[in-house]
Design a protein around this ligand. Structure first.
Ligand code: THU
Length: 157
């Protein structure tokens, strides 16, 4: 038996102004994307924004439904819309932000497991790392690749 370790490193920024220009634009788009949220049940408004290899940004927001499982998270809304709009382009990065009644949380919004799995597949499809930017009012986290938030990615089929 040997003890194995998985090391994860990420960057923390004190504000959106510390991000590079492209990431700042994406983070801003995620915050603005919160306005597209339809969350009459949780009142938790999430916005997401995906940057494609052609430089285009596609936004998404969580959409809830009275039949709860029929709703969808902001990140998947954004990724599915981006893939449908630019089927021959790859995703470079994704940012997300969220908050109750549209007021952004102090801590960064972190994506659910199902959204991480979907990110993983688009990263595999792209064949290069896709960065994930989690935006909060007090700090922002940047992970260089999806593996860092979903170690031991399933992509064996
Ligand atoms: N939600 C997202 O949009 N993204 C996540 O990563 C986690 C949760 C949404 C789903 C639901 O509409 C609301 O937040 C509360 O869970």
């Amino acid at each position: 038996m040997t003890e194995q370790k998985i090391n994860i490193s990420y960057q923390e920024f004190a504000s959106i102004d510390e991000l590079n220009a492209e990431d700042r634009e994406l983070a801003q788009a995620a915050i603005e994307g919160m306005q597209g949220s339809y969350a009459p049940y949780s009142h938790f408004n999430v916005g997401a924004a995906v940057r494609m290899t052609n430089g285009q940004i596609v936004r998404g927001a969580n959409q809830e439904n009275a039949a709860f499982p029929s709703g969808l998270c902001a990140e998947r809304t954004a990724m599915f819309a981006a893939s449908a709009k630019y089927p021959d382009k790859e995703m470079v990065s994704i940012a997300l932000a969220g908050g109750v009644y549209g007021r952004i949380t102090d801590e960064p919004a972190t994506p659910c497991g199902a959204c991480r799995q979907v990110m993983a597949q688009y990263q595999t499809r792209a064949g290069k790392p896709m960065s994930v930017i989690m935006v909060g009012g007090k700090r922002i986290w940047k992970f260089e690749k999806v593996d860092d938030i979903l170690p031991l990615i399933f992509d064996s089929i």
